[in-house]
Design a protein around this ligand. Structure first.
Ligand code: TYM
Length: 336
C-alpha cells in the first residue's frame, strides 16, 4: 500500500510499572497485527506516568524497557514510529489548547480519574485530572484514524472524539475523528486473584503476569489463579469470571476462538485449563523475553531509535500544531 494512502494509527503505553499480559493481549498484540496496513506511531507515554510519583532513575529505565518491549513484540522500528512522548514538545503544547476546550464536568466523570484518586489520595494533582486532555492531544496531534486500546481506555477515547468534534465545530475540519480498535477477545484481561477486576500493573504481584516474568513465576501464578467450585469449563464471564478469563487468555494467545478453546478442554478439569493457559503464555512470552534481553543489552541502539523516531514524530506533530495555533489566533511566527 502507498504510504500516502495509508491511514494513521496512534497508541501509547505508560512506563509506570511492569507491563502485563493484559497490556500485551489488549494492546501490544494488536499493534503488531496492524503495522503493515497503517502508518503507525507507538509512544512511550512518560508524561502520563508522572501523574503518580515515580522514581526518576526507574522511570528512565522503564522508558527504554517499554520501547524494547514494543520491538520485542514484533514492531519494526523502521516501519513504526516508536518514541517517547516527552521528546516531542507538541504533545504538551496541544494539550494546553485542548484543555481550553474540555469541561471540568467531563474530566470529573472519568472512571480512571476516580480510581486513581482513590488509590493515591495523598496526591490528587491537576495532572491526574487533565490526563485525558493530554491523551486527546497525543491522538489528535497525528490526525490518527484508529487507536488500538483495551476497554479501560474507551472512555478516554470517547472524550477525545468529543473534544475534536467541539474544536472542529468552531474552527472547521482541523482534526480527524479517531475510532477505537478493540480486539475480538481479550480487550479486558482480568486479575488472576479477583477476576471481577481488570488485571493491572499497580496491583499486588500475584494478580498479574508480567511480560518479563520468569517461567516459574508464570506457572505459580496461573496455578493459583482464582476459579470457582463447580468444576465445569464453560465461557460465562458473569457467572464464571475466573474460568472465562483463563479461556480468553488462551483464545487470545493461541488465535483459536473461545468455542474451539472450550471444545478442546471438554471433559477435563481446571488443572488442565491452567496447564493449557501456562503453555500458551510461555510459548508467547519466551521469544519476547529473549529479544527484550538482547535489546536492553544495547541501550545505545535503543536510544538511537528513540532519537530518530522522535524527529519523525515531531515533523508530523508540528504540521497539526501550527495549524491549530493559527486557527485559535496565536500571533504569526514571522521569519527574520
Ligand atoms: P496503560 O499504560 O494503562 O495501558 C496500555 C494499554 O494496555 C491496555 N490494557 C489492557 N487491555 C486489556 N486488559 C487489561 N487488563 C489491560 N490493562 C491495560 C490499555 O487499555 C491500553 O491500551 N492512557 C493510556 C495510555 C495512553 C494512550 C494514549 C493510549 C496515553 N495516550 C493515546 C492510546 C492513545 C494508559 O494509561 O494505558
Amino acid at each position: 500500500m502507498e504510504e500516502q494512502a495509508k491511514k494513521t494509527i496512534f497508541s501509547g503505553i505508560q512506563p509506570s510499572g511492569s507491563l502485563t499480559i493484559g497490556n500485551y493481549i489488549g494492546a501490544l498484540r494488536n499493534f503488531a497485527l496492524l503495522q503493515d496496513d497503517y502508518n503507525c506511531l507507538y509512544c512511550v507515554v512518560d508524561m502520563h506516568a508522572i501523574t503518580v510519583r515515580q522514581e526518576p532513575a526507574v522511570l528512565r529505565r522503564r522508558c527504554l524497557e517499554v520501547a524494547a518491549t514494543y520491538i520485542a513484540c514484533g514492531l519494526d522500528p523502521k516501519k513504526n514510529i516508536i518514541y517517547c512522548q516527552s521528546h516531542v514538545s507538541g504533545h504538551a503544547e496541544l494539550m494546553w489548547i485542548l484543555n481550553c476546550f474540555t469541561y471540568m464536568g467531563e474530566l470529573s466523570r472519568m472512571t480512571q480519574y476516580k480510581d486513581k484518586c482513590a488509590k493515591h489520595a495523598d496526591n490528587i494533582n491537576a495532572g491526574l485530572f487533565t490526563y485525558p486532555s493530554l491523551m486527546a492531544a497525543d491522538i489528535l496531534l497525528y490526525q490518527a484514524d484508529l487507536v488500538p486500546i483495551g476497554i479501560d481506555q474507551r472512555q478516554h477515547l470517547e472524550l477525545t472524539r468529543d473534544i475534536a468534534q467541539r474544536f472542529n465545530g468552531v474552527y472547521g475540519d482541523v482534526f480527524t475523528i479517531p475510532e477505537a480498535y478493540l480486539g475480538k477477545v481479550g480487550s479486558k484481561v482480568m486479575s488472576l486473584q479477583d477476576p471481577t477486576r481488570k488485571m493491572s500493573k499497580s496491583d499486588p504481584e500475584e494478580c498479574y503476569i508480567a511480560i518479563l516474568d520468569d517461567p516459574d513465576a508464570i506457572r505459580r501464578k496461573l496455578k493459583r489463579a482464582v476459579t470457582d467450585s463447580d468444576g465445569e469449563i464453560r465461557f460465562d464471564p458473569e457467572g464464571k469470571p475466573g474460568v472465562s478469563n483463563l479461556l480468553s487468555i488462551i483464545a487470545a494467545l493461541s488465535g483459536e476462538t473461545i468455542e474451539k478453546t472450550v471444545e478442546g478442554l471438554q471433559g477435563q478439569g481446571y488443572g488442565a485449563l491452567k496447564e493449557r493457559a501456562t503453555e500458551c503464555v510461555l510459548e508467547t512470552l519466551t521469544p519476547i523475553q529473549a529479544e527484550h534481553k538482547r535489546l536492553m543489552a544495547d541501550k545505545a541502539y535503543l536510544q538511537g531509535i528513540l532519537a530518530d523516531n522522535a524527529e519523525r514524530a515531531n515533523a508530523i506533530a508540528l504540521k497539526t500544531l501550527r495549524k491549530v495555533q493559527r486557527k485559535v489566533g496565536f500571533a504569526e511566527r514571522v521569519k527574520k
